[in-house]
Design a protein around this ligand. Structure first.
Ligand SMILES: Cc1cc2nc3c(=O)[nH]c(=O)nc-3n(C[C@H](O)[C@H](O)[C@H](O)COP(=O)(O)OP(=O)(O)OC[C@H]3O[C@@H](n4cnc5c(N)ncnc54)[C@H](O)[C@@H]3O)c2cc1C
Length: 383
């Protein structure tokens, strides 16, 4: 269908929302983004964007062949926790290298591209609810202001307030995983940038360089039972972080010694949504399929969603059939990636003899391990 002149309201100006807004605007739609934050804020520092996500950024014209502001990855080093011994080295996927972004930089690029294309981005605009009618969607802000659009896209993240309109109330489950996030100043620019995944019993630490290797991004995950409330971000105590990973040696110990500010995320999860759309309103990104970060795919999936949504409008005769086609195309892939991320949590945190056996297997298959996930990286939503 021709969406030229149709009105879209995108709720949430994160990576998924901005990418979807830009994709729809490029087809001629009038797009408004409603973002609750007063300004672009840095929510967690590092993001790995693999080839599947990068294809969308390139197709949208947000990045070039050689992406600016990002650090090209030369692979992942798997390490044992005690002394940081290298277990295996995984080369970049055959589908193409991953790039390490500072989240604020990637959000900035998307924001700028969307604004340049003519997307109306309203900040300080928290949406309270969406009502759908046969011919339009009504979006109500917390202030009481109400907007009307031909179609609404809810890209308001893993704690989406819009998702219940399609799926009823769901209680998120605590995954018993806590993520610590921090960055430290770094300066080893003579080395080819790689990620390190250091695995220990009940914990793992992922590190990779950002911003021309001037920063090192640290994500430290631990299994924990003592957390009650769902909340993305909380100030953490670096001394507590070091104590919880005190038995980690090698590079991780050096990195943690330099942390002077850390944030904590309790990883709560809803399942992949049962209902993604109702003909006038659709969920996108984490709002539809929250995922654990253990495949580094949440933002990449949100980018894929954005492009597939655009394609669905190209291919279908009406809004309702486009949203149905979008859901049908996205649900199987998103569910499969979410499941892969969930099983990695178990693989990374093995204890005792299981861990030793897994390490022996990793040493044996080593560099071929990356191929197991080629189906994720080789997917091209823009094809
Ligand atoms: C520790 C950790 C590491 C990660 N690492 C990676 C990685 O390396 N690679 C990767 O691809 N993914 C990674 N992810 C996942 C990734 O961060 C998310 O999947 C991605 O940000 C989802 O994008 P989104 O646009 O759907 O949602 P979000 O990024 O959550 O954006 C939602 C936006 O909506 C706004 N909003 C919320 N409610 C409202 C409302 N009511 N009204 C208006 N606005 C609203 C929010 O302010 C926010 O700006 C990681 C996640 C975690 C926790």
């Amino acid at each position: 269908m021709d969406i030229n002149g149709l009105t879209f309201c995108v709720i949430g100006g994160g990576i998924g929302g901005l990418a979807a807004a830009l994709a729809l605007r490029q087809c001629g739609a009038q797009v408004t983004v409603l973002e609750q934050a007063a300004e672009l804020t840095e929510v967690g520092a590092g993001l790995q964007i693999s080839a599947n996500g990068l294809r969308v950024l390139r197709a949208l014209g947000v990045v070039d062949e050689d992406p600016a502001m990002a650090q090209r990855s030369y692979g992942t080093i798997l390490r044992d926790y005690r002394k940081g011994r290298v277990i295996s080295r995984m080369p970049p996927p055959q589908a193409g290298p991953t790039y390490y972004y500072h989240r604020a930089d990637l959000l900035g690029l998307l924001h700028e591209a969307a604004q340049r294309a003519g997307v109306d981005i309203r900040q300080n605009a928290r949406v309270a609810e969406v009502h759908t009618h046969p011919t339009e969607a009504e979006i109500v802000l917390q202030t009481g202001e109400s907007l009307r659009a031909d179609c609404a896209i809810a890209a308001d993240g893993g704690r989406s307030v819009i998702r219940p309109a399609l799926n009823g109330d769901e209680t998120p489950a605590f995954t018993h995983q806590i993520a610590w996030r921090a960055t430290i100043p770094w300066s080893q620019r003579d080395q080819k940038p790689c990620a390190s995944l250091t695995m220990g019993p009940g914990r793992h630490v992922v590190t990779y360089p950002l911003r021309d290797q001037r920063l090192m991004n640290i994500v430290a995950i631990e299994e924990r039972s003592d957390w009650q409330e769902e909340g993305w971000r909380r100030e953490g105590d670096p001394t507590d972080l070091r104590a919880r990973f005190a038995d980690f040696g090698g590079p991780v110990r050096d990195y943690l010694a330099k942390v002077d500010q850390a944030h904590l995320w309790a990883l709560f999860l809803r399942p992949v949504a049962q209902n993604w759309q109702n003909g006038r309103l659709a969920l996108l990104g984490d709002a539809a399929h929250p995922t654990l970060p253990f495949m580094a795919q949440g933002a990449c999936l949100a980018l894929e969603d954005a492009w597939v949504l655009r394609r669905a409008f190209f291919e279908q005769p009406g809004i309702a059939s486009a949203l149905a086609a979008y859901e049908a195309a996205r649900r199987p892939r998103a569910s499969r990636v979410v499941a892969a991320a969930g099983s990695n949590a178990r693989n990374f945190h093995l204890r005792g003899p299981m861990r030793l056996a897994a390490q022996a297997a990793l040493m044996a298959v080593g560099s071929r391990l990356a191929r197991k996930y080629e189906w994720i990286y080789s997917y091209d939503p823009t094809a």
